[in-house]
Design a protein around this ligand. Structure first.
Ligand code: CA
Length: 235
């Protein structure tokens, strides 16, 4: 079996070593970068399956790294690790394309299970479950074989989390799904108030990518006080 590869972006050597040790014990192949510049370079060179990203790096912020990775079309899951006093910043991280975050101090066991959940939903589960399947709606195709979304025939670049969220909703068209239901299905853990915001941010991103007018969505519709539904008719 192929070992999954994780890039740890962290400038504090003790923290980085602790993470590396825990992940290696779990069978991951681990790379380390202690600056933002190295993180970008190593992502291009090593193509890790997942990136853990510290927010405060000596040369640039985790946000900048996140933005740069996404603008270079790196789509692997990014797990942001933030300090306790940076609550507002978590949302910014998600805005810039991170998939999930954890607040320091976190337990290593919880971290490993988050990483596994991110990897599973990014690469494993979907492909295995749904071979040769395409959900077709007017102007929009969700292709589970190629893990690809096409809007009017053009491929739209989605992160694995965005893909999974869209797929989950589109697989049950016109059925409202609660935010906590989405957290459980898409992120793989139990929802709370914070994770509701995670859902909202990812929905907003998806709207920017697949709606003609993100401010007046016709596909990803808000169900007030509850959650979201995918509106559309199968072709
Ligand atoms: Ca740091």
């Amino acid at each position: 079996m192929k070992r999954e590869r994780v890039l740890i972006v962290e400038d504090e050597p003790a923290v980085a070593r602790g993470l590396e040790y825990a992940l290696k014990l779990e069978g991951f192949e681990v790379f380390r970068a202690n600056t933002g510049a190295k993180a970008l370079e190593m992502t291009s060179r090593e193509q890790p399956d997942l990136i853990t990203l510290d927010l405060r790096l000596p040369d640039m912020s985790g946000y900048d790294v996140c933005r740069a990775l996404r603008s270079q079309s790196h789509r692997q899951p990014i797990l942001m690790l933030t300090a306790k006093d940076e609550e507002l910043d978590k949302v910014l991280g998600l805005e810039l394309g991170a998939d999930d975050y954890m607040v320091k101090p976190y337990g290593l066991r919880e971290l490993v299970s988050r990483i596994r959940a991110l990897l599973r939903r990014a690469y494993g589960e979907l492909a295995a479950q749904s071979e040769n399947q395409v959900h077709r709606f007017e102007g929009l195709e969700i292709d589970l074989t190629h893990l690809e979304v096409r809007l009017e025939g053009e491929v739209v670049e989605l992160t694995p989390t965005e893909f999974r969220l869209l797929h989950y909703l589109a697989a049950r068209p016109n059925v409202p799904v609660s935010r906590s239901g989405l957290v459980e299905a898409v992120w793989g853990y139990e929802g709370d108030v914070n994770s509701d915001r995670t859902v909202d941010v990812h929905i907003r991103h998806l709207r920017q990518k697949i709606e003609r007018d993100a401010a007046n969505p016709v596909r990803l519709v808000t169900v007030r006080g509850f959650g979201y539904k995918f509106q559309g008719r199968r072709m």
